[in-house]
Design a protein around this ligand. Structure first.
Ligand SMILES: C=CC1=C(C)c2cc3[nH]c(cc4nc(cc5[nH]c(cc1n2)c(C)c5CCC(=O)O)C(CCC(=O)O)=C4C)c(C)c3C=C
Ligand SMILES: [Fe+2]
Length: 425
């Protein structure tokens, strides 16, 4: 079976350098031995953690002790495994705030993210909400929206790839919950750790920026299953099976901006497309199992293609049944989204599910916070969404309600803040 939608430490050789379970215990060792319930005494609770903590540090499992590094080549939160809790927040700079204020904000945010990802308090005014929980695989990721560049007088530095996405006929977008000058993605395997980071990031914004929209999501808790599995979405499908893997030779080329790219501040960065996609669950749940499987082209139980085999068996696009009909229908979602059906277009999907209660008309406000990563949206999300727009069996069960496109620069080097090369270049 594929890993939890995204490759975790065991699949991604470089992940070992990006995560650690202190003290001196690698994440891989923990997963392989004690697993998610393995105790790590004193991790993140001692000298490196809450400085004012009592002498006896809280024992942590590997879930709590796992730390994702902040100073890495690509920002955290892109290739890391799906986290149990997530917050997506867009900010607009306040009137009067420009490049100088934005630079100071990114400097503050980067320092807060570094500290919290290491399991340290955010500062002297820390609220203690994340006390005892360790870093819990917290990641904080920062991006810039199209409007950021005119607000800060940096139009010449705006990448062409950040041009607004085209309109899609199936879009039902709420502009107030779309776009934004700045975007922050927070993920953690502990809900309190994620909330704590969200509050710290919001407080850091001070008078420089205010929240434009916020969305909250979740995934299965890592460690809930004995072996890592591809995650399920709220329609019950295994979602993420065919995500590109870091071990594949063209992974970096597909997902990350090359170091030689222009503008140079985007070297090693990526572009995030964010869509709040409502699932029309009342309609979906009325379908028979067979009809649901035909919509996707894969089995619900194990994610295998309808042409046979297991989750990882290649889909046979030509296979027909006794009547001569294609066993993977021509409009099946998993058929028409494939790179080989879209001129090679590929993306790394790293979503969170959401559930914001029940609407006035009694239907669940639930679905997918679809976040996908690519080196260029015109060779990733755009052609695939155009194809889906023309005839995806899934389209009558979903509704795209908001949209954002953000330029996410490469990771900050030691002593640097995220976006410094843009803001001070
Ligand atoms: C434009 C990109 C995509 C949108 C929007 C999208 C929405 C969406 N997808 C599912 C469920 C599944 N998607 C699956 C595969 C899949 N989907 C996309 C792209 C978009 N999906 C791609 C590129 C792929 C992989 C294609 C391939 O390479 O084979 C699957 C099958 C399992 C898997 O590979 O992940 C499911 C299930 C939902 C529910 C949804 C909107 C709510
Ligand atoms: Fe999909």
């Amino acid at each position: 079976m594929a890993e939890q939608s995204l490759p975790v430490a065991d699949q991604d050789a470089s992940a070992e350098e990006k995560t650690s379970s202190r003290p001196g215990v690698s994440r891989r060792a923990l997963l392989g031995t004690a697993g998610a319930t393995g105790l790590v005494l004193g991790a993140a609770g001692g000298a490196a953690g809450y400085a004012a903590a009592p002498a006896a540090a809280t024992p942590l499992t590997s879930v709590g002790s796992t730390e994702v590094m902040f100073h890495v080549k690509h920002q955290p939160g892109i290739t890391d495994g799906l986290q149990a809790r997530g917050h997506l927040v867009a900010f607009d700079l306040t009137p009067g705030a420009g490049r100088k204020e934005a630079a100071a904000l990114l400097r503050r945010w980067s320092e807060t993210a570094r500290r919290l990802m290491a399991g340290e308090p955010s500062g002297s005014d820390d609220t203690d909400v994340a006390r005892d929980a360790g870093p819990s695989s917290l990641t904080v990721t920062f991006g810039f929206g199209h409007s950021f560049f005119s607000r800060t007088g940096l139009e010449k530095q705006r990448p062409v790839a950040l041009d607004p996405l085209p309109d899609f006929s199936s879009d039902r977008l709420d502009k107030s919950r779309s776009d934004g000058d700045l975007w922050v993605q927070i993920g953690a395997n502990d809900a309190l750790v994620a909330f704590h980071a969200l509050r710290a990031i919001q407080k850091d914004a001070g008078s420089a920026a205010r929240v434009r929209w916020q969305m909250n999501g979740f995934n299965r808790t890592p460690g809930a299953t004995a072996h890592p599995m591809t995650a399920r979405n709220l329609m019950g499908q295994l979602d993420g099976t065919r995500n590109p893997k870091p071990s594949e030779p063209d992974f970096d080329k597909r997902i990350f901006v090359p170091s030689s790219a222009t503008p140079s501040w985007m070297a090693n960065g990526s572009y995030a497309v964010v869509r709040r996609i409502r699932m029309l669950l009342d309609d979906w749940e009325k379908l028979s199992l067979g009809a649901q499987e035909a919509v996707i082209g894969r089995r619900k139980a194990n994610g295998a293609a309808l042409s046979g085999g297991s989750e990882t068996t290649a889909m046979d696009l030509e296979k027909t049944d006794a009547k001569g009909d294609l066993v993977v229908p021509i409009n099946a979602h998993a058929r028409i989204t494939r790179p080989d059906q879209n001129g090679g277009a590929a993306m790394l999907r790293r979503p969170f599910s959401f559930h914001d209660g029940i609407d006035a008309d009694g239907v669940p406000d639930a679905g997918l916070l679809f976040v996908c990563w690519q080196a260029d949206p015109l060779r990733g999300f755009v052609p695939v969404q155009r194809k889906l727009d023309r005839g995806d069996a899934l389209s009558q069960f979903i509704r795209h309600e908001s949209s954002g496109l953000f330029a996410v620069p490469g990771g900050a080097a030691q002593g640097e803040y995220v976006g410094q090369r843009l803001l001070e270049g």
